[in-house]
Design a protein around this ligand. Structure first.
Ligand SMILES: *Cc1c(COP(=O)(O)O)cnc(C)c1O
Length: 395
């Protein structure tokens, strides 16, 4: 069966059908091509494939049919020309930087990004002459002031982790383009179901597929999506350096994409109810959730996203001691730094995901000792609220 043309269909249809090619067996679900290499009909065909004169698979470090189906499906969902799948979210960011940049280039990044990405920029890429300047996500003047002649990439996540600050993607894309730079958006928190960065001018979209795309805690993986020409350089790095996605993981992520839209909507419903409930609890000082009217970028989030997301953070009175008591008293929430799962998770950022920051950096970033982050899962809302009530009564 030949592939569908995703541009003729809506996004839910793309999520379940894009990229699939059926074999002669007529299988309904996608196949896992567990094959490291591929054979040629004859020596001349092998030569032509290696020269790139005819398309086709050679070796699974370069291309694999199951991985390609995942790439085509995710590209269709994001509305990007091409996607390359990677072994993790971090290798997606690494491949983007090493594929597109050279020594001496400069990155301007939001400082409210995934901790390991900060580490990659600060301690790994810096060894190869790639410097990064970090700025406050929503301080557009600071973004502009940080751009130098050597700047090639602007990098951000929105909403931010863990305080859910929302940045105006279109505004930052315009700023990037005015200075000859490219805008890279890590779309992990929203996924294409809630936010489409390409429609807002972004040049590259990055995913940790480990989070919502799988959404069921099974596999680590990532992806880079963008224009054909830019992605050729990212792919060039990837096929040489080798952090490619395994066909099994690609198959798991394909199944994840098929249910992503219904899961994201349900995550949003639970997160909204948790945020609303928390803001009425006397032991809670502040609640951070873009869906609340009190959120400073509530209006922007409503315009830029088609849902407010599954991540809620809040500050419990009484600092770390009470935050830990609350976390330890809950029975349902998984105590883990992971997020984006069907199972709700609870995290104390100051002592886990953000423990490497100095006290001053943490204070600067608003990561206080009483801060708790929740990733709302798909359990019954009542059960999630009751469990938080038990936690709060212990705090
Ligand atoms: C988890 C995460 C990453 C890194 O992804 P891995 O799959 O763990 O390598 C990057 N960005 C964000 C926003 C994340 O949450």
């Amino acid at each position: 069966m030949s592939k569908i043309d995703p541009s003729r269909y809506g996004r839910n249809t793309r999520a379940v059908r894009a990229g699939q090619v059926r074999s002669a067996e007529g299988e309904h679900s996608e196949l896992i091509f567990a094959s490291s290499s591929f054979i040629f009909e004859n020596a001349a065909q092998a030569a032509a494939r290696f020269k790139g004169e005819i398309p086709g698979n050679i070796y699974s470090r370069f291309t694999n049919p199951t991985v390609r189906t995942f790439e085509e499906r995710l590209a269709a969902m994001e509305g990007g020309e091409r996607c390359v799948a990677t072994s993790s979210g971090m290798s997606a960011i690494l491949s983007t930087c090493l594929g597109l940049l050279r020594g001496g280039d400069h990155i301007v990044s939001s400082r409210s990004i995934f901790g390991t990405t900060v580490n990659l920029f600060n301690n790994i890429l810096s060894k190869f002459g790639l410097e990064t300047t970090f700025v406050e996500l929503t301080d557009y003047g600071a973004w502009e002031a940080a751009i130098k002649p050597e700047t090639k990439l602007l990098f951000l996540e929105t909403p931010s982790n863990p305080l859910t600050a929302v940045a105006d993607i279109q505004r930052l894309a315009d700023l990037a383009h005015a200075h000859g730079c490219q805008l890279v958006v890590d779309n992990c928190f929203c996924t294409p179901v809630l936010q489409l960065p390409f429609e807002l001018g972004a040049d590259i979209v990055i995913h940790s597929a480990t989070k919502y795309l799988d959404g069921q805690g099974r596999c680590v993986g990532g992806a880079v999506i963008g224009g054909e020409k830019r992605l050729e350089d990212v792919f060039g790095f990837l096929r040489t350096a080798g952090p490619t996605m395994s066909p099994f993981n690609a198959w798991v992520f394909l199944k994840g994409l098929e249910t992503l839209a219904v899961r994201m909507r349900a995550h949003c419903v639970n997160a909204m109810k948790i945020a609303d409930w928390l803001q009425h609890q006397p032991k809670v000082e502040t609640v951070y959730y873009p869906g609340l009217k009190s959120h400073p970028q509530h209006e922007l989030a409503g315009r830029q996203q088609s849902g407010y997301g599954g991540i809620v953070s809040f500050v419990v009175k009484g600092g770390q001691a009470n935050a830990w008591k609350l976390i330890d008293a809950t029975r349902l929430y998984s105590i883990t730094a992971n997020l984006g799962d069907t199972k709700s998770t609870i995290t104390h950022p100051a002592t886990t995901t953000h423990h490497r920051l100095s006290d001053e950096q943490r204070a600067d970033a608003g990561i206080t000792d009483g801060l708790i982050r929740i990733s709302a899962g798909l359990e019954n809302t009542e059960d999630l609220l009751n469990d938080l009530a038990i936690g709060l009564s212990a705090a």
